[in-house]
Ligand binder design. Structure first.
Ligand SMILES: NC(=O)c1ccc[n+]([C@@H]2O[C@H](COP(=O)([O-])OP(=O)(O)OC[C@H]3O[C@@H](n4cnc5c(N)ncnc54)[C@H](OP(=O)(O)O)[C@@H]3O)[C@@H](O)[C@H]2O)c1
Length: 367
């Protein structure tokens, strides 16, 4: 599977070369003699992948109460695209550095921080920082209590999928509290968040019906543990779900595509089921969603719009859940999905893959 994904990337890069898609430009930077510089990705003007510019900046120095983390692996996710095109609701000021997570080693500490932290292997999640983004960088300074320490058994690359597991945990356990879904329907089932949802749901004893758009993605979702897979370009989702569940439907449907697919999810629910919309990459639901809920009133369905930002002011819950997931990964009970690795310099190509909806598993940039 890994080899197949690598082949896809190679094919993609070859097409980009043939079509003369401009490669990454490096911004003009100030080079002071003797100054150590690091690469960071910056957005000066939101837009397409070409809005991502590599800059060489002086290596950051940790301030009081901070540590510096030298990146070994950097995660790429869809929220980075929203930041890149300027539609992110929690947009940091420009020039902005995208990136929701990096894993690396603490290599310097600021005033008031125990020097013994140097050398620790950690995960930095931007959810723990005052503003989102910042992780597309060879080094970052963060408050000393922000990173999560990684046990030796969790590789830097594996750690990058932990924020997706946190998202999966919230989708499965916080959206419909107290209700353990027997069956979960999941769209975009080969994506990064979805790969985490599949594993956690299976661990909790739920069946997972994954929805994908190709045979290759179907194979990927099955390998991640999906119980059944529906190809949405070939089959009607509600009819297939009803056929697979003996006409009962699913208890929970998790969707980030929207448009007609969110409406299809409603129609696949069992009585008292809930659909959770956690993005609408394909556009607003069509037809009008409340009208559809009314049509299905005999099933008493619920619809929730979810954002992980609901936990921005709940540090204790975020950290408890992340530590629990680190424990599950260290024990081998959850595992990162296959990764597509690209150098930091190829960040624009990584975003082209995201834009094309071709992601399978996690995209990782290596500094
Ligand atoms: N609400 C929140 O708090 C929150 C937090 C983090 C992430 N998210 C959202 O979670 C979703 C999954 O994130 P991710 O990083 O796992 O994404 P990803 O890996 O890029 O997964 C994308 C998958 O979505 C499907 N897709 C369908 N229509 C698409 C379109 N128009 N553009 C792109 N992809 C499309 C594709 O699968 P098929 O082709 O098989 O359908 C693709 O495999 C994203 O929408 C992201 O913004 C939400």
């Amino acid at each position: 599977m890994k080899r197949r994904i690598a082949g896809e990337i190679d094919r993609y890069l070859a097409v980009a070369r043939d079509k003369n898609i401009p490669r990454l430009q490096t911004a003009p930077t100030l080079r002071l003699q003797g100054t150590v510089t690091v690469k960071i990705v910056q957005i000066f003007q939101p837009g397409g992948p070409e809005a991502l510019v590599i800059s060489n900046v002086p290596e950051p120095t940790p301030g009081p109460g901070q540590v510096r983390v030298a990146a070994r692996a950097i995660g790429v996710g869809r929220p980075d695209v929203l930041m890149r095109n300027g539609t992110y609701k929690w947009m940091p000021p420009l020039p902005a550095t995208p990136g929701g997570e990096m894993a690396g080693v603490i290599d310097a500490v600021g005033e008031g921080v125990a020097p013994g932290l140097v050398g620790r292997r950690v995960l930095v999640s931007a959810r723990e920082l005052v503003q989102r983004g910042g992780c597309y960088a060879e080094a970052i300074c963060v408050p000393a209590d922000a990173p999560f320490e990684l046990p030796a058994s969790i590789s830097f690359e594996a750690a990058l999928s932990l924020p997706n597991f946190l998202m999966a945990d919230a989708l499965l356990n916080r959206c419909n509290p107290g209700v353990r879904a027997r069956r979960v329907l999941l769209t975009g089932a080969a994506g990064g968040v979805a790969s985490a949802v599949i594993q956690l749901a299976r661990l909790q004893g739920s069946e997972v019906i994954g929805v994908v758009s190709s045979a290759q993605k179907a194979a990927f979702a099955t390998a991640m543990g999906a119980t059944h897979v529906i190809d949405r370009l070939r089959d009607a989702i509600p009819e297939r779900v009803m056929a697979l569940t003996g006409g009962e439907g699913v208890d929970l449907a998790l969707d980030h595509i929207g448009a007609g697919i969110l409406v299809d999810c409603l129609h696949a629910l069992a009585p008292f089921g809930m659909a959770v919309s956690y993005n609408i990459v394909g556009g607003p639901p069509q037809p009008e969603i409340f009208g559809e809920l009314r049509k299905l009133v005999g099933r008493s369905l619920a619809l929730r719009c979810f954002s992980i930002h609901s936990f921005d002011h709940d540090r204790a819950t975020r950290r408890e859940a992340t530590e629990r997931l680190i424990g599950l990964m260290a024990a081998g009970r959850i595992a990162p999905p296959a990764a597509t690795r690209m150098p930091l310099d190829a960040v624009r190509d990584a975003h082209r893959i995201l834009d094309a909806g071709e992601t399978m598993g996690k995209i990782i940039l290596t500094p």
